[in-house]
Design a protein around this ligand. Structure first.
Ligand code: AMP
Length: 261
């Protein structure tokens, strides 16, 4: 049965200029994508980098620039976390508990969630994976699945930034409850403290951006995600990009590295 969700309808109504529609990704496979943009050569990218390096912001800028759909696994978990417990599967409830503590969600749960959204991997506009894969086992599952589905990954962008800067970025990050826009208390403050510039929604600090969770997330990154750099380098797909400067500068560097004019 097709599900509907007021939040996503409202979001789409507020952002009519968006070329892509993430409802099917965020809500699950029974939701319909209303804007499956078709482009001649759709980009299929993976974004890597430590938590807080700005992958989400870059994914959203690149999505506008390239027309590819922004697929974030973290956003799926956060969207699920906003729904009542009675609508959750036991696996999702367990996943949300891991997320609250800054721990990685088990590979089997993450892969099941991505696999059932296979339609999004076939999006006519292409896709930008943000926050997935995060372990070697997820990367291998994705590689095999894409090979079976005859889909090619074009590049894996690895955003690089010194550790101290990453921690400062994470602890100052604030997210809009309504439209999910991201601000920073010093780097990119909203015009009015605690209020989103775009939709007037309340800004909050993500539970996993609190200091105790940041520590756990950085450890998980070092242990589980760093090996992906070698994995994708071995496949000849790795593209390092320096993540310093404004979001627009970083995006400019990325499209240049991709060879987009
Ligand atoms: P993110 O917004 O990408 O930082 O993800 C937020 C949280 O969701 C992470 O700290 C994990 O708990 C969980 N998560 C998101 N993507 C994955 C993944 N690919 N593997 C394991 N856990 C994930």
């Amino acid at each position: 049965m097709e599900r509907s969700c007021d939040y996503f309808d409202e979001y789409n109504a507020m952002n009519p200029e968006n070329k892509t529609d993430r409802a099917a990704w965020l809500q699950g496979p029974s939701a319909k994508c209303s804007k499956p943009g078709e482009v001649d050569s759709p980009w299929r990218l993976v974004l890597l980098g430590a938590p807080g390096v700005g992958k989400g912001t870059q994914a959203s800028l690149l999505s506008e620039r390239l027309g590819a759909c922004h697929l974030s696994t973290g956003d799926v978990f956060r969207a699920a976390g906003g729904r009542p417990d009675c609508e959750q599967t036991p696996a999702m409830l367990a996943a949300l508990e891991h997320m609250r503590h800054g721990e990685l969600v088990p590979d089997s749960t993450v892969w099941e969630m991505v696999r059932e959204r296979n339609g999004c991997l076939h999006c006519g506009g292409g896709f930008i994976l943000d926050g997935f894969p995060r372990t070697l086992s997820q990367a291998e599952a994705l590689r095999q699945h894409m090979a079976n589905e005859k889909l090619a990954l074009h590049a894996v962008v690895n955003y690089e930034l010194p550790l101290e800067e990453i921690v400062a970025r994470l602890s100052g990050r604030r997210t809009c409850k309504q439209c999910k826009a991201v601000f920073h208390i010093t780097g990119q403050p909203p015009k009015k403290q605690g209020v989103c510039d775009h939709c007037g929604g309340a800004l909050f600090q993500r539970e996993d951006d609190r200091p105790e969770s940041v520590q756990v997330r950085m450890e998980a990154y070092q242990k589980s995600t760093m090996p992906l750099i070698e994995f994708y380098s071995g496949l000849g797909l790795l593209m390092p990009v320096e993540a310093t400067g404004t979001p627009e500068e970083i995006c400019g560097r990325t499209v240049k590295a991709l060879g987009v004019s």
